[in-house]
Ligand binder design. Structure first.
Ligand SMILES: *Cc1c(COP(=O)(O)O)cnc(C)c1O
Length: 425
């Protein structure tokens, strides 16, 4: 598909839509699908750029992007071209063999980060599982720690497997699923004194703290950026004690912060970091990356049937190359500033409802006053009626995570829709 095709109306698209069995209803959906999500009564049929259309043909501006996932928006010509050609060439073989796509993606990621090696899987939770296993193996084999402990932060989010709900410092994700995985301890985020105290206590009489797992900016937990002084001190303590610093870059990485990796905003380098969400631009892929020092997995230690398959890797490489070729980091910085400026103007008008606007690049949160009767889900419903899709990050934070290709006009339209929602209060 040529880039020009994208500018044409949807009716002019060359693809043949797949005919799913009709009639279709949300009731039928709920009859067959487990109710793990409280879904909005909205059925999405198509997408292009930063726009989505529901089955009735109504248009929405997509500032959710599959929750910080659709890096290049929808139906991006570069992704369409790669998906089509890679599925025709080779879509899957076992990791018993080499493929050019996996090697090329690993090379790109290593050459554009602090890491030396990559392992591929299919999601953020799996990428964090890989990081946790790697950190435990390092503790056992390099440091002779028998029962390693991994520190994680309150309000963090690391995924939905058993180990990653345990790592997640939010009891609501753990409720009903005990026994949890041993070996995790929680600390308040951005709090140096609490971190020093936790390490001092846990490392007595013998060292046990193996790793510290942190998001450079907490996404689900409320779009809360890490502080430079805090991460500098974390890095220093890790260096002194040979504790591994793991950054969960699943949401904030892949250009979303205005830099390629969130940790670049904090002036530190992790020993291990994880990626997923934006990496595949909406095609499932995850990665655990590490420095040579902790590249200690041996054949048989870790594996994934789908992990690093040529289809997902080719698409992810296209996402990476498009970020570079189209200078998307500059767009992320500029559109991010524009968005925060627009939202701050709204915040000044409604100080009784809005506490602050915070974030980096194109991951931003509008934080509601704790004592305001409004909740983030209320505003999401109001902006949805105005044609803008947003997602809460907790009960009091409205999250803005549009595709990295978002235009100035689309940011203005989103700000106008938010303003309209607040004007209706
Ligand atoms: C979404 C998310 C995960 C989990 O990713 P999945 O692909 O849903 O498993 C892990 N960490 C962070 C920071 C996330 O935002």
């Amino acid at each position: 598909m040529s880039p020009e095709a994208v500018a044409q109306p949807l009716s002019a698209l060359s693809h043949t839509p797949i005919d799913f069995p009709q009639p279709y209803s949300t009731e039928a959906f709920d009859q067959y699908v487990m109710s793990t999500y409280a879904r909005y009564p909205l059925t999405i049929a198509r997408g292009q750029g930063c726009r989505l259309w529901d089955t009735a043909g109504r248009e929405y501006l997509d500032f959710v992007a599959g929750i910080a996932t659709c890096t290049l928006g929808h139906a991006h010509p570069a992704m369409v071209a790669t998906v089509s050609s890679q599925i025709q060439a080779l879509h899957h073989v076992s990791n018993l063999y080499y493929t050019p796509a996996q090697g090329a993606l690993a090379q790109w990621l290593v050459q554009h980060s602090c890491a030396d090696r990559a392992f591929f899987c299919n999601s953020g939770a799996e990428a964090n599982e890989g990081a946790i296993k790697l950190a435990r193996k390092y503790a056992h084999t390099v440091r002779q720690i028998e029962e390693p402990i991994i520190l994680t932060a309150h309000a963090s989010f690391h995924g939905r497997t058993l180990a990653t709900i345990t790592a997640t410092g939010q009891p609501k994700y753990q409720k009903g699923f005990s026994p949890l995985v041993p070996g995790f301890h929680y600390i308040p985020y951005n709090d140096i004194a609490a971190l020093e105290q936790a390490i001092a206590e846990l490392d007595r009489p013998t060292p046990r703290v193996a790793a510290i797992l942190l998001e450079a900016l907490q996404g689900e937990g409320g779009v809360n950026p890490g502080k430079v002084e805090y991460f500098q001190r974390v890095r220093q303590l890790c260096d002194e004690k040979d504790i591994l610093l793991i950054c969960d870059e699943v949401q904030v990485g892949m250009g979303r912060s205005g830099k390629l990796w969130g940790y670049e905003n904090l002036g530190i380098e992790p020993d291990i970091f994880t990626s997923a969400k934006g990496l595949g631009g909406g095609i499932p892929i995850g990665a655990t990356l590490c420095k040579a020092k902790c590249d200690i997995f041996q054949p048989g230690d870790h594996a994934s049937t789908y992990g690093g398959n040529p289809f997902a890797c080719a698409v992810a490489l296209t996402v990476c190359q498009t970020i570079e070729r189209d200078r998307l980091l500059e767009n992320v910085q500029d559109r991010g500033e524009q968005l925060r400026r627009g939202l701050r103007a709204i915040a000044q008008k409604y100080p009784e409802h809005i506490e602050q606007v915070r974030g980096w690049g194109l991951i931003n949160g509008l934080v509601l006053q704790q004592d305001s009767p409004m909740t983030a889900p209320d505003i999401v419903k109001a902006t949805m009626a105005a044609g803008l899709l947003l997602v809460p990050a907790g009960p009091k934070v409205l999250r803005f995570v549009p595709p990295l290709i978002v235009t100035a006009a689309e940011v203005d339209a989103a700000v106008a829709a938010v303003e309209q929602a607040f004007a209706q209060i």
